[in-house]
Ligand binder design. Sequence first.
Ligand SMILES: [Zn+2]
Ligand SMILES: [Zn+2]
Length: 296
Amino acid sequence: MTDPAVGVRPSAVARRLPGRAKRRVDVLREYEEFNSDRRRGIPSVLWPFFAPDPDGYYRWQVQLDCACIKEMLTPDDYTPPSERQWRGLGDGELLPPGQVYCRHDDSADAPYRDIIEWGERREVSFPADPVEPPEWADADRWAMIRHHEAHTSAFWKVTLACGHVEEVVAPNLDWKPDDGPRLAAATRVKQMIEEFEQAWASDPMLQPEAEGEHTRRMLAAGWPSPMPERSCHTCPHARAIVAYQRVGWLIPRNEAPKPENPPPARVVLERRLRRAEAEAERLRAQLAGHEERQDA
Ligand SMILES: [Zn+2]
Ligand SMILES: [Zn+2]
């Protein structure tokens, strides 16, 4: 499934944003608290790389396409937050450049996106499911889906067409992306189509619209496993930075002009000297005029 909006990166503009920046001392205190927690798990020689002092951070206010205004810190003052990559929820996966995770309760449902890349694999072991059905399943359904024995599944990280990362379960432990998806037997697919058509006819609310469309696509494709598309739970909350405003260094810097280092080129110095000599000549002429008038 492709979405024409996917991959289009709105460019952010520098402009004045409504509202005031937070008090600098509060932001500094928040950073210090966050950083001292973080440093507990990092050897001190690595602090400059993974948990730096606050004096290298620059403050920005940003506005997102959900209209929220947030304050962000960057490790320099020349690359705005809209040209950087931020992480998803918590310490999650990197989002595409310029996106920020901003959760709203009324966000849209997770849309289905094509899988465009297979990444890391991990195995997870699960104990056998309990015999008693959980609250969300009746006894018959539980008997069908219950894992009677302990089992291990392979999970693959996948990048979706929107640039977000999700995880999918492989059909078995030996499966590799090069194997491609396995299709269900044609007779089984035919049977499933009939069952779904009946279920949808008797209960039009059986699945939300997007879910129903996904089911239809997968049935039409022969019920592939793993499926070539996955619902993206980041898309509804990933917002683009549309504007930003500079706030200043987290620790104020001396505003004195920086010394010229390295010294200016020879041609620059020669030009400055000629200008200074011309100015001295002009002043001498003015002074001479004064003296002549006094003499008169
Ligand atoms: Zn927001
Ligand atoms: Zn997404």
